[in-house]
Design a protein around this ligand. Structure first.
Ligand SMILES: [Zn+2]
Ligand SMILES: [Zn+2]
Length: 248
């Protein structure tokens, strides 16, 4: 299985770094995991949009979903040719949100472009050569984490979430845990993101083999600092870089 980092930025894209977006590939199967601002352009360095098998969206924050809008235009009005609606798996309310942005006249056409499935609780679904399992996370809104299995190999992605037992469960024994570190410290009102220490704790408790930090809060810490902080609690830590690929 191959994981390609399309972008990691939070909460807005930076030059050369779109917001959250990743490409997961195994065999003939390709899944675009989170469509943050700027990731559609980066995706095309690796695969045409109409060759994807599915899009999976962790939650409706714009830094994880905004490029769905331009993906719709690309699939509806361009040279790209879908042979069938592209499966789009996302949080509850995603279909209504698309209509809200694209306008009510688009409502009847969206199903020709996206086959939308909204996630409810803990579920599993096979997409081509991959098995996807997801469950609710802790982000102050409907948000999901994802476990992707290709044979015996496992990738877990946190989406956006504070530390929670569900994420530990999703990451159990994962070969690679891609975990957000969107907080430098916990706000008094309650955490909705992981700190680097939280990410390390999740990797440790889950028995993951490798931790890759992403979505790092760069307003308060730089990536090397986040890695150093996580290394205090887990032995194998890297920071995701745009364009980088991992073999799992
Ligand atoms: Zn978020
Ligand atoms: Zn985010």
């Amino acid at each position: 299985m191959k994981l390609t980092i399309l972008g990691t930025a939070t909460p807005y894209p930076r030059p050369d770094n779109p917001c959250s977006g990743y490409l997961v590939q195994h065999g003939d199967t390709s899944i675009w995991m989170d469509a943050g601002t700027g990731t559609l352009a980066e995706l095309q360095r690796h695969i045409p949009l109409d060759r994807l098998d599915a899009i999976w969206i962790s939650h409706a924050h714009a830094d994880h979903s905004a490029d769905l809008l331009t993906a719709y235009y690309a699939l509806r009005f361009s040279d790209l040719k879908l042979t069938r609606p592209l499966p789009l798996i996302g949080p509850p309310g995603l279909a209504d949100r698309l209509v809200g942005f694209l306008g009510h006249r688009a409502a009847a056409v969206i199903p020709e472009v996206f086959e939308v499935s909204e996630m409810r609780g803990w579920q599993e679904r096979d997409i081509g050569d991959l098995t996807l399992s997801w469950g609710p996370m802790n982000h102050g809104m409907p948000a999901f984490g994802l476990r992707v299995q290709a044979g015996a190999r496992t990738l877990t992605y946190s989406g956006d979430s504070a530390y929670c037992e569900g994420l530990v469960e999703l990451a159990e024994g994962a070969d690679l845990l891609l975990c957000e570190a969107g907080a430098s410290e916990h706000p008094p009102a309650g955490a909705v993101h992981c700190t680097p220490e939280d990410a390390a704790r999740i990797a440790r408790e889950a028995g993951a083999k490798r931790l890759v930090l992403t979505h790092i809060d760069l307003t308060h810490s730089d990536a090397p600092d986040a890695r150093t902080r996580a290394l205090a609690g887990f032995a194998s830590v890297e920071c995701a870089l745009p364009g980088q690929s991992f073999t799992i």
